[in-house]
Design a protein around this ligand. Structure first.
Ligand SMILES: Cc1ncc(COP(=O)(O)O)c(C=O)c1O
Length: 422
């Protein structure tokens, strides 16, 4: 007889009950207005929103909406299939060319989301060996290169930064490659790990801007190590593109690293460009390789054409209106300085993501509740998204926030600190 308490459904329900009863189950408010705006309508009143990724305020820009509306009118709502079947539409190709040009790479491939870009790209690259074997045995394709010496092991080792985004982590899992995580921004440890690896193919992957800490990866050192150890380098610049660097080209430009030093630059259209979708940019042949191997590209539908057209317009505006990223970064700079003056730890944040460390998971949930009470929506990030005991409220500053709104938030955080004895 099946013991009900051992069934997966029973155990899942128990876990949810535990999360609810301990106050840890996330209570995301239902918003009755555009969540891309700094003021949103929740529970019948205005709230200030400090967690939107509409960093440059482009989601609601009239020219972006007009471009999307025209494309909606011309192409309809969906794409009618995957890019390899029906839906290889001119707007998709135009967007790929535009983003490749913007980030300074030869070509780009677009996916329906950034998550799908990462989950598709890593396994696609790591199957080069087996595809080569197949092509050579069945189709007379190129043979695999000989191992350099008997100490070299065939296959891949991925060197993954400790704080990489979950989509990279999941892509790595799906790749079945050997993985070595290196400690956050610890280039000494990475050098040692690369030196000790016997794998024939090495791949270093890091976020450009870390999504929970808001600090920036040491890309010059990563590029140097990649060159030294003949490793490929991929940077996930989801939070950097559009925001960082003199022309908003992202964290490579921020550091003055030439794009030729990075094999693959990944990013999303969800944040700076106010839409949805992901891309991977790089050498044209490498991108063409992904077009025939990335399963999330081949077996899933692409961005709706209206979004692709709207995002291309958003990239143009981001390029010609630098005040948008300058204001978002100025807002972040002001906010960071003021919360640090209150005594909060912002965990090394450098850009527009400004985490405010609370520590204990329950305290962070309580802090979010108290802020809601004051009319502020800002969720907390906690275990397992961040280390246990390092829960934080994750504020995101955009170019649409006005100084008085940020000052009000700071006032509420001062009250919170005092009221909760943080
Ligand atoms: C660093 C990083 N990479 C990838 C993604 C996934 O992007 P998307 O939301 O477009 O799926 C995110 C999303 O927040 C991110 O922060």
């Amino acid at each position: 007889m099946l013991d009900a308490s051992k069934s997966p459904a029973f155990r899942a329900k128990s876990l949810v009950r535990f999360a609810r009863n301990s106050g840890l189950y996330p209570k995301n408010p239902v918003v009755n207005s555009a969540t891309t705006e700094p003021v949103v309508w929740v529970d019948g009143r205005d709230h200030l929103l400090f967690c939107s990724n509409n960093l440059l305020g482009l989601s609601n820009h009239p020219d972006v909406k007009e471009a999307a509306a025209k494309a909606l009118d011309r192409y309809g709502l969906g794409s009618g299939g995957s890019r390899q079947m029906a839906a290889n539409i001119d707007v998709h190709r135009a967007l790929e060319n535009r983003i490749a040009e913007f980030v300074g790479q030869e070509d780009a491939i677009c996916f329906a989301t950034g998550y799908m870009a990462n989950v598709g790209t890593l396994p696609a690259l790591m199957k080069i060996d087996s595809l080569e074997r197949l092509a050579s045995a069945q189709l007379g394709g190129p043979a695999q290169p000989e191992a350099e010496d008997e100490k070299t092991e065939p296959g891949w080792a991925i060197f993954s930064e400790q704080l990489n985004h979950a989509s990279l982590v999941d892509g790595i899992r799906l790749s079945h490659a050997e993985v070595e995580r290196f400690p956050h921004k610890d280039m000494g440890a990475l050098r040692n790990q690369l030196g000790a690896s016997k794998k024939a193919s090495k791949f270093i992957v890091s976020d450009g801007v870390f999504s929970m800490d808001g600090d920036i990866a040491p890309i010059p050192e990563l590029a140097e190590l990649a060159e030294e150890h003949n490793a490929m380098l991929m940077i996930d610049d989801a939070h950097g593109v559009g925001m960082l660097g003199e022309n908003g080209r992202g964290s490579l430009e921020h550091h003055g690293v030439p794009t030729s030093k990075v094999d693959l630059q990944m990013g999303t259209f969800t944040k700076s460009f106010g839409g949805i979708g992901g891309y991977v940019a790089g050498d044209a042949d490498l991108i063409d390789y992904l077009r025939i191997t990335a399963r999330t590209y081949i077996f899933s539908a692409p961005l709706p054409p209206a979004i692709a057209a709207g995002v291309a317009e958003a990239i143009d505006i981001a390029e010609r209106e630098p005040w948008r990223r300058e204001k978002a970064l100025e807002n972040a700079h002001f906010f960071r300085r003021e919360v640090e003056a209150l005594g909060f730890d912002t965990v090394g944040s450098e850009a527009h993501i400004v985490p405010t460390l609370i520590g204990n998971e329950n305290d962070a949930a309580e802090a979010t509740r108290r802020l809601r009470h004051r009319g502020i929506v800002a969720p907390h990030a906690r275990f397992p998204a961040v280390e246990l005991g390092r829960a934080r409220i994750r504020f995101v500053m955009t170019c649409q926030h006005e100084r008085e709104q940020i000052e009000f938030l700071i006032e509420c955080l001062a009250e919170l600190r005092e009221g909760m004895g943080l």
